[in-house]
Write a protein that binds this ligand. Structure first.
Ligand SMILES: [Ca+2]
Length: 130
């Protein structure tokens, strides 16, 4: 189910494949595509692959250097299908996972993600970047 969700920001697109079976039945996955200076899109890294039944990539979003990958079937502890959102930050061409958001600890995790974004914005402003 490549293309079950898509998101675009600048020269990056995130594509969800919620029924991808590469990591288990319906594990799902999310991929980054990057547009080169020649205008051609190339498939970059698989930024996230779930475990069986996670449906990773059921929703995706990318904005600037941050990407979110939803996995509504992800289990947590012994509770099935709690769901999760995996947060990634880009550095050059590498997207690294920075946080996992779940309903149970959503408030505290979101706070840290937002603080991270604000810190990043301040750094850009200081260095004169837009
Ligand atoms: Ca599950």
């Amino acid at each position: 189910m490549f293309g079950s969700s898509v998101s675009l920001s600048g020269s990056h697109a995130v594509i969800g494949a919620k029924g991808d079976d590469l990591h288990g039945s319906n594990a799902g996955a999310a991929y980054i595509l990057e547009r080169g200076n020649d205008g051609i899109w190339t498939e970059g890294q698989e930024i996230y692959g779930g475990a069986a039944g996670d449906f990773a990539g059921s929703s995706v979003s990318v904005s600037g250097d941050y990407a979110f990958v939803g996995a509504y079937g992800e289990d947590w502890m012994s509770t099935p299908d709690v769901g999760a959102v995996h947060v990634f930050e880009r550095s050059d061409s590498t997207w690294a996972e920075k946080a996992t958001l779940r309903a149970a600890d959503f408030a505290s995790q979101v706070t840290s993600v937002f603080l991270g974004c604000i810190r990043q914005l301040r750094r850009y402003r200081r260095s004169g970047q837009r």
